[in-house]
Design a protein around this ligand. Structure first.
Ligand code: CP3
Length: 342
């Protein structure tokens, strides 16, 4: 099996020779070759220059036997294409250069034009596709709820209180915003698939801050609307980090659900609908311990997932910048050498 075949087979819950693996944030600051390029270029410059974005996407694939590459980009390219750019704060976090406070702000957003301004993403995917024949290539976007978190808050903030206040006080405006973000996200994913993505992941990184009883109408509904607009036959991975009602996430129509490390993945996998798959969820902080402990923890998770078809190995959240490349190597070796025989 090639990596691409293995990844796609697992996504459709078919048998594989071993577990496929990729890692969220597999391209990034833990790699010296990323930091070397980053010294010469700004993050957004790298994201917007297709040759650089493709190069950074390929960096982890040169080191490790990963089964999928995820395009080096960002979920905040959609807000930027909608006219609200962003920057990094000193000491971490995001500062949006504008925020959505009322219906008037939402009405100014024009999601119809978004793909015209995101051509650099599709160019980067085409370059990466040409360099990777046998590896799965993933595109992605942010879920409307998570994008709204940054837009309404005006950047990162603990618990995103402005988003929660808008959800309580002016649901109509919030839904107008979510609807526009869903239109933009669907168009962006369609264009990424057309440019060669084998699968796409929708990141709802802030699912966990939404009150459980509101999640269906504030997030799930819009994710479902996005997925309905995508071509059948391209698997969609829905990563709703911290979502409380995990069974309800299947209502999105996703082929694969990704889980954070707070979820009991082996238990969830046992009640996965026939033909669907799960992804996750080794704790990313575990990798800061040692290569040996990381490999042992990975084997323990694989053991618990034994016999379950439809499993893609990943972390519960992105690789932390302090992770050593040696530990990532030990993790990938542990997963790719694990005997999956029942
Ligand atoms: O996973 C990958 O390797 C693909 C590339 C990727 C990045 N961001 C690169 C990146 C992906 C899939 C993302 C998604 C993303 N971006 C999410 C959803 C996933 C998650 O982590 O929950 C979110 C919330 C963002 C927004 C964002 N971009 C944040 C919060 C940050 C970190 C800001 C900080 O505190 O430093 C970024 C920057 C970013 N995105 C970096 C990378 C490699 C680091 C930038 C740098 O080099 O300084």
């Amino acid at each position: 099996m090639t990596s691409r075949e293995r990844f796609l087979a697992a996504a459709y819950a078919q048998k594989t020779d071993r577990r496929p693996i990729w890692l969220m944030r597999q391209a990034g600051r833990y790699l010296p070759e990323y930091r070397a390029l980053r010294e010469k270029h700004g993050f957004l410059e790298m994201v917007k220059t297709p040759e650089l974005a493709a190069e950074v996407t390929l960096q982890p694939l040169r080191r490790y036997a990963l089964d999928a590459a995820i395009l080096f980009s960002d979920i905040l390219t959609i807000p930027e294409a909608l006219g609200i750019p962003y920057a990094f704060r000193e000491g971490g976090g995001i500062a949006m250069q504008g925020k959505i406070e009322n219906a008037h702000d939402v009405k100014k957003l024009q999601p119809e034009d978004v793909t015209g301004r995101l051509g650099y993403v599709y160019d980067a995917l085409r370059l990466t596709r040409a360099a990777l024949r046998d590896t799965a290539l993933l595109g992605f976007c942010g879920a409307p709820w998570t994008l709204a978190a940054y837009l309404v808050q005006g950047g990162s903030a603990e618990g995103f209180p402005r988003l929660l206040a808008l959800a309580r006080e002016d649901k109509k405006t919030l839904h107008l915003l979510l609807e526009k973000l869903a239109v933009a996200a669907a168009a962006h994913l369609r264009a990424q698939i057309a440019a060669g993505a084998d699968a796409v992941q929708i990141f709802d990184s802030w699912a966990g801050i939404c009150p459980a009883e509101d999640y269906a109408e504030n997030s799930l509904r819009w994710v479902k609307q996005i997925i309905e607009q995508l071509p059948k036959g391209t698997p969609v991975i829905f990563f709703a980090k911290g979502a409380k009602d995990t069974a309800a996430l299947w209502d999105s129509g996703a082929q694969v659900l990704g889980f954070g490390s707070e979820a009991d993945l082996p238990a969830i996998a046992k009640s996965t609908p026939q033909g669907k798959a799960v992804q996750g969820n080794l704790g990313n902080a575990l990798l800061l311990e040692s290569p040996e402990k990381t490999a042992a923890a990975a084997r323990a998770l694989l053991e618990k997932m034994r016999g379950i078809d439809g499993y893609i190995f990943n972390l519960g959240h992105g690789l932390l910048p302090q992770t050593t490349p040696e530990t990532v190597g030990a993790l990938v070796d542990a997963v790719t050498h694990f005997d999956v025989a029942p």
